[in-house]
Ligand binder design. Structure first.
Ligand SMILES: Cc1ncc(COP(=O)(O)O)c(C=O)c1O
Length: 399
């Protein structure tokens, strides 16, 4: 029994291992705890506060909406929804948007759309969705079944039928797709939770080509990589492909809960009134946050700035790697960074926390760093200085 489990005073279920910190305030790249301590937040709430904490531009738009209407069902038109959908389709290869409230729900919608497209539009009985080993697609029953990690499945058997996992980035096994009749393929452009592993461009292009030849829907899970995280609004843009379905969430509302799928017209035809829905999906407040976030990202130079900061960060991380053999590899695209380390990544994250730097793990031996797209050179330097202290401490203590 863990300490927490014996703590009957805790009214929360034990679904998270929490760090012993209570955060109560945030601004830009910084957060403060209930004791008044300031932390550099290079987690961005796990790739969610891409514009930093409490961005003025989003706050104003949400406050304006708060004065007027908080909720209205999808039985009526919601202007912010249409505006956000137009922004998303104008800035992607997709034509139609469905709104929901989280990443898992976005992938659920994508999986349902794939089945409907195969069965209703193509007239086949295909239902399988090919996903990849080490992938992560969410915690609902269908999305955990889509996830190619056994530890996520444990205790939840039987899984939802209709998923098959192929090795990621493996050109040889892709040929298997010629012998399968799936409804869709679902992949991350960078496997975030799986260890910050970017997709290999040659592999992605081959995958896209097979999907096109066989009329299999190509669906990309951009829940972690989307909304500017990798330097472009969507990571797929850097791969020369056009997915049929894109799932997004996290950064879309700058911290306000919202998810969506963007689909090409062909795939979107799979849904008709009654086939899918959500009470809160596309809620006026959530879509106000989304409109402010996406219009800011697409009309300012923030993505260029973020790409420059990412390059600077890369150089500094390479310098750090040259000083500490503990760092074995640096991976990632844009401001989605992974340091493959010798030993336990969580130990490094805990030590960084003691120095008031928030970073994450991505599996047992990868430290994941996700600065806000708005972070500055000074903030990157602060992160590097703290990491240096942490690595020196580990080296000196022989830990
Ligand atoms: C790639 C990917 N897909 C899906 C999800 C699930 O998103 P949510 O936690 O909003 O349900 C996540 C969350 O980390 C993710 O990184």
């Amino acid at each position: 029994m863990t300490d927490n489990a014996s703590d009957f005073a805790n009214p929360l279920m034990e679904t998270y291992s929490r760090f012993p910190v209570t955060l109560v305030k945030g601004k830009g790249s910084y957060v403060w705890d209930d004791q008044g301590n300031k932390y550099l937040d290079f987690t961005s709430g796990i790739a969610t506060c891409n514009l930093g904490h409490v961005p003025e531009i989003v706050k104003e738009k949400v406050e304006e909406q708060l004065q007027n209407l908080w909720h209205c069902s999808n039985l009526y038109h919601i202007p912010n929804q249409k505006e956000l959908a137009s922004l998303l389709t104008a800035n992607s290869c997709g034509d139609r948007v469905f709104f929901c409230n989280s990443g898992a729900e976005a992938n659920e919608a994508a999986i349902k759309l794939a089945r409907r497209y195969a069965q209703k539009i193509k007239g086949t009985d295909a239902y399988e969705v090919i996903t990849f080993e080490k992938s992560f697609h969410g915690r609902t029953l269908a999305t955990l079944s889509a996830t190619g990690q056994e530890k996520i499945h444990q205790g939840f058997l039987p899984l939802v039928q209709g998923f098959q996992y192929l090795p990621y980035n493996d050109l040889a096994t892709l040929e298997q797709l010629y012998n399968l009749e799936p409804a869709a393929v679902l992949l991350e452009m960078v496997q975030g939770e799986g260890g910050v592993i970017p997709a290999d461009p040659e592999w992605v292009q081959k995958l896209a080509q097979i999907c096109k030849e066989k009329d299999i829907l190509l669906m990309v899970d951009e829940i972690q990589t989307g909304i500017g995280r990798t330097g472009t609004l969507f990571a797929y843009e850097q791969y020369g492909i056009e997915p049929d379905v894109i799932s997004i969430a996290k950064g879309l509302g700058s911290g306000f809960p919202i998810g969506a799928i963007i689909a090409k017209e062909k795939a979107a035809q799979g849904f008709e009134p009654g086939s899918h829905g959500s009470t809160f999906g596309g809620n006026p407040l959530a879509t106000a946050a989304g409109v402010a976030t996406v219009s800011h990202l697409t009309t300012s130079n923030i993505l260029d700035q973020a790409a420059q900061i990412a390059d600077y960060f890369d150089t500094q991380l390479v310098n750090l790697k040259n000083k500490f053999s503990l760092i074995k590899e640096i991976r990632g695209i844009g401001l989605l960074k992974g340091l493959v380390v010798e030993g336990n990544a969580l130990k490094i994250v805990k030590k960084a926390l003691a120095h008031q730097l928030l970073i994450l793990t991505a599996g047992p031996d990868v430290v994941r760093i996700l600065p806000a797209l708005t972070s500055s050179i000074e903030e990157v330097n602060e992160c590097i200085t703290t990491l240096e202290k942490v690595f020196l401490e580990i080296r000196e203590k022989g830990e």
